[in-house]
Ligand binder design. Structure first.
Ligand code: FE
Length: 337
């Protein structure tokens, strides 16, 4: 048997064994590929199964391998739903043709328009705020105002940034391009680079540790990393500042989900998506990671609410995907590594 034929034979066998297995068990099910780790998703899946009787099977991995796997599996994928963080990643999955549009009045009612795909292929399920973190011994809140102002000369040698290679600052810069255009954004990013106290750091936590240690005075990080770090070390001289409150608002991103193009259980997948956006699941989804609910009817976790309220930027987060390639090129031109 030729290799191709043998592979085909295997595929047919696999398909029929799977179909048989599916028809043998009467319980409805939905299969999820998740870049959110098990501790962050399992409690919601259990609650969903309890309410709906639909079993949730899931695989967790980093978003890169999950997207590659979805692409490679094509029509044969067992996955009905993809959960991942960052609008840039969800946008990419949609661009690759891995997701399908979902019509749902429930999702549209539960999720504000700027936190879901205008083409309806993905939906935000939690909000993450990317904000300014400062050293309380060295900086007064009145010294701070906007992300853009961190490019001013008064911050020379005082700024730490996470590497431009990771999606979070790519998304931040993409959203700045959406707001200011390329030329002005490039000036701002160059100003940041001029103000760096150290080479860009590997992650948000490291950047905050540098600020706490006095190696720099200020950085930009997702608030849940601040929450985790302060839970471990409540004495660190760090605080949150909510920037751009007089202008565009705090840069927000999402973690979210979409139903796969080749889902075998699309109805069950939509039910799960609707459940995750509901008041019942939203606290579980957001609170386990100290994020914010997308559903405005849901109360914020008290530990997170203690950081204060803020106005968020309401430009649609899909711009983080649309402008990601331009953002990466711009950061490179500006010398931001
Ligand atoms: Fe993160």
């Amino acid at each position: 048997m030729s290799n191709a034929r043998f592979n085909h034979y295997l595929t047919v066998m696999f398909c029929c064994v799977t179909l048989f297995a599916a028809s043998a068990s009467r319980a409805e099910q939905v299969v999820v590929y998740s870049a959110r780790i098990e501790q962050l998703i399992k409690p919601m899946f259990d609650a969903f199964t309890k309410e709906s009787g639909i079993d949730v099977k899931f695989v967790t991995d980093k978003e890169g391998p999950l997207l590659a796997r979805l692409k490679a599996e094509g029509k044969n994928t067992p996955a009905d739903m993809l959960i991942t963080s960052d609008a840039g990643n969800l946008w990419e999955a949609a661009r690759e043709g891995l997701l399908r549009p979902v019509e749902s009045k429930t999702l549209e009612a539960n999720i504000p328009a700027h936190l879901r795909d205008p083409q309806k292929q993905w939906f935000g399920l939690s909000v993450r705020a990317r904000t300014i973190i400062y050293n309380t011994d060295k900086v007064k809140p009145s010294d701070l105002s906007t992300y853009e102002a961190l490019a001013e000369p008064k911050w020379k040698g005082r700024l730490c940034l996470r590497t431009s290679k990771k999606v979070y600052n790519q998304s931040l810069v993409a959203m700045m391009i959406a707001e200011h255009g390329e030329a002005k954004t490039e000036q701002i990013v160059k100003g940041w680079v001029d103000n760096l106290a150290t080479d860009p750091l590997s992650d948000d936590t490291k950047a905050m540790e540098f600020v706490a240690a006095g190696k720099c005075d200020v950085t930009i990080a997702n608030s849940y990393y601040y929450g985790r770090l302060m839970e471990k070390n409540p004495a660190l001289p760090l605080a949150i500042f909510w920037p751009n409150q007089e202008s565009s608002g705090v840069h927000v991103n999402i973690s979210g989900a979409g139903v796969t193009k080749y889902a075998r259980h699309p109805d069950a997948a939509v039910k799960l998506l609707e459940f995750l956006s509901s008041e019942k699941a939203q606290n579980l989804f957001a609170d386990v990671n100290m994020e914010y609910p997308v559903n405005p009817k849901v109360k914020i976790d008290p530990a997170v609410a203690a950081w204060g309220t803020f106005k968020q930027n309401t430009i649609n987060v899909n711009k983080a995907g649309e402008l990601q390639a331009e953002a990466v090129k711009l950061m490179d031109r500006a010398g931001y590594r």
